[in-house]
Design a protein around this ligand. Structure first.
Ligand code: ZN
Length: 702
């Protein structure tokens, strides 16, 4: 066993204190450390199951302790998988991933622990528990129950059988969409057909052509190399190609062809998803009924902020009715522009994106590249830190030498409260590194706030962006979208870092209902449209001059461009999703496609085409986790807009009022996280329940 000792000796993943040793972790540390930890926590779990004491300190504390070794041995691995990937790391990660998932499931579904938590909930001790403690137990019980733990014998067997079949259906659904997307191509060779297409799209299309040639075994002799300038160009149904194609292609018949292919993806032949949709809806309803609910929508809402389907439908209707007239006007504007360009055909689905882009160019003639010089990262960070200092009475200070990092560009900052005590810290990994870092931007937990035998572990966050790195003697210059993204992720980070909850299960974003978790992040984005704030942190990297007024006004106007049409588009998805999971009867004569079209008559100014089968590719709800949850996008926007409106009502130019409102936001939403129901927290902050008026107002639809 000498070998194992060597593997575990000095293994940085087994540190168990301080900050993770990001400068020392190597792929070969992963498998031995994770297996060691798994064996250890499995032993502790069995021990716990055999010696149950139904009290907080006897059960819940040790249960939370089970997470700690993962915080050091597994979280850093997941993190490095996103930001410092390599074939060795991926292999080690994949080797232990399923073992980690299995253990987590086993811990969550432990029958003896479930019974013991139930005993706490029903016993005398319950009333002596703090609200946060009750929430933690209640949430754990609910999730175990939604996973079928309370079911007996036949019902349990049937429930598990359904879960298996649903998981297979979801995989099949996704594979069909993937294959159908891959199967379609439109190859153009004539330069007159690609007139108007942007160079970046032509580059993608030429690249796609070359890739397809390589993948096509039949043509491995002397391959004709496509170029962006001379083609051939291959257009597909993948988002990064389809969207700019519909926006810019001047050949109306080709737009129609791609659009029709798009709404018929995975809708015929071997890849037809329509049967899978019906079967999925039937099985979801059956499993909901086994759990004692009437519909699957009720199951979905059981662990969300929205109280019931009626509350969601009420939000839909408020937003829908306010958007209806303005969306008609949006369409009218497009018709008018088309008519001015001597187009006589009616505007159809495949024309909307095209004319909307022409109108955008006419109204807001600025580009990302024009804005970049005004947003050097350092200035934006200073402005962001100044804002949160004012709002929340905290200070953010660089502490780069104090933390081990995985790349020299990564920064480290500390957060202190008004009296100068450290309360949190965060890593910022700002730039894109296509060779080993995942796309996009995200906030993740590095360490959670928790109490460990009377010592407090402070929360540490990961903020990851994919901005443009400094080039030559130019600093990192951000697009406006990148600035918004930084504010968004920092908002998530604030909720993680400014928590005052000492139980990791409810600290920060942990335990926050899914439809409420985007509140702080979207709230922070609003400040990018507040003129004094934005102008305050903009400054040309060469001259220091702030963003010119006219550019700011264009950014602000672009924010509400076609907002009613975009709102209806999201509502159509959300309403269809909710109706399918609450009211659809698979045995009635109305098909899912009929239902989709019926809803589109209320939620789209251009009702769906009679042969629209785009539900066959609605992956969010049939192979993702948004089933009866698509409404969450809008729900969270209502919350964040209504939160910002509290600042507007107080007066954005009134420093005293803004500071007071900021403190209240900090003490409620940011501090309490998952320790109270989000509706109560929101009411604590706002003095009333959320109201969609603010979102309508910000969207220019009030
Ligand atoms: Zn987010």
């Amino acid at each position: 066993m000498g070998g194992q000792n060597t593997e575990l000796h000095d293994n940085p993943l087994l540190a168990g204190g301080g900050l993770p040793r990001f400068d020392q972790i190597e792929p070969e540390h992963i498998v031995p450390a994770v297996r060691h930890v798994l064996a250890e926590v499995e032993r502790e779990l069995v021990n716990l199951e055999n010696n149950l004491t139904p009290t907080w300190s006897g059960l819940m504390e040790p249960l939370e302790q089970l997470d700690r070794p993962f915080e050091y041995a597994w979280s850093p691995v997941k993190h490095l998988f996103g930001v410092k990937n390599s074939p060795e790391l991926r292999q080690a990660y994949e080797t232990v991933l399923s073992e980690v998932v299995q253990f987590t499931l086993r811990a969550k579904q432990s029958q003896p622990i479930y019974e013991a938590m139930k005993a706490i909930q029903q016993g005398d001790v319950w009333n002596s528990l703090h609200e946060a403690q009750q929430r933690i137990i209640g949430t754990r019980l609910l999730h175990a129950e939604l996973a079928g733990i309370g079911l007996k014998d036949d019902n349990r067997a049937r429930f598990n059988q359904i879960a298996q079949e649903l998981s297979q259906l979801s995989t099949d659904f996704a594979n069909h969409v993937l294959d159908a997307t891959k199967d379609y191509e439109l190859i153009l060779t004539d330069k007159s057909d690609i007139e108007g297409l942007p160079p970046s799209l032509l580059q993608l299309a030429a690249h796609s052509y070359n890739e397809a040639q390589v993948n096509n075994e039949k043509s491995d002799q002397a391959l004709a190399k496509a170029t962006a300038d001379n083609g051939p160009w291959r257009f597909t149904l993948e988002g990064p190609i389809l969207v700019p194609f519909l926006e810019h292609c001047r050949r109306r018949d080709l737009r129609e062809e791609l659009y029709r292919a798009f709404i018929n993806r995975a809708a015929e032949g071997e890849l037809d998803n329509s049967e899978i949709i019906v079967r999925t809806l039937q099985l979801r309803r059956e499993s909901a009924q086994l759990l004692g609910y009437k519909t699957y929508a009720q199951v979905s809402l059981a662990d969300k902020m929205a109280s019931d389907v009626a509350a969601v439908e009420q939000m839909f209707e408020t937003l829908r009715s306010a958007s209806w007239e303005p969306a008609q006007k949006d369409l009218q504007d497009l018709k008018q522009l088309a008519a001015e360009s001597d187009v006589t055909e009616p505007i159809m689905h495949w024309d909307v994106a095209f004319w909307a882009e022409r109108l955008r160019e006419k109204r807001f003639d600025y580009t990302d590249e024009q804005l970049r010089p005004y947003f050097p990262l350092e200035r934006v960070l200073d402005g962001l830190f100044l804002l949160v200092t004012k709002l929340f009475n905290i200070s953010v200070t660089p502490a780069d030498k104090e933390a081990p990092v995985w790349h020299p560009d990564v920064r480290f900052f500390k957060i202190t409260d008004g009296s100068g005590n450290q309360i949190a810290a965060f890593f910022l990994d700002p730039y894109s590194r296509p060779q080993d870092k995942r796309n996009g931007a995200w906030m993740d937990e590095c360490l959670s706030r928790r109490r460990i035998s009377n010592a407090l572990q402070l929360p540490v966050a990961h903020l990851v962006c994919n901005g443009t790195p400094p080039l030559g003697n130019k600093p990192s210059l951000m697009t406006f979208r990148e600035v918004e993204t930084l504010f968004h992720e920092f908002g998530h980070g604030l909720q993680h870092m400014l928590t005052t909850v000492d139980y990791a299960d409810a600290a920060g974003i942990n335990g926050v209902e899914w439809d409420a978790v985007e509140l702080p992040s979207q709230f922070m984005e609003n400040w990018c449209y507040h003129k004094p704030t934005l102008l305050g942190f903009s400054g040309h990297f060469e001259t220091g001059e702030p963003l010119p007024d006219d550019l700011f006004e264009k950014i602000r106007a672009a924010r509400t461009y076609r907002s009613a049409s975009l709102m209806l588009r999201q509502l159509l998805f959300g309403m269809t999703d909710m109706t399918l999971h609450n009211d659809f009867d698979p045995d009635s004569s109305e098909t899912v496609f009929d239902l989709h079209r019926r809803i589109s008559e209320k939620a789209s100014v251009l009702p769906l085409l009679p042969d629209d089968r785009s539900l066959c590719a609605f992956q969010h709800i049939f192979s993702g986790s948004y089933a009866a949850g698509y409404y969450s996008y809008k729900w969270a926007e209502v919350l964040s807009a209504d939160t910002f409106s509290a600042f507007e009502e107080a007066g954005l130019d009134n420093d005293q009022a803004v500071i007071a409102t900021g403190r209240r936001f900090r003490d409620t939403v940011l501090a309490l996280g998952g320790s109270r129901h989000p509706m109560q927290i929101f009411t604590d902050f706002r003095g009333r329940e959320p109201n969609p008026e603010a979102l309508l107002h910000h969207s220019g639809l009030a």
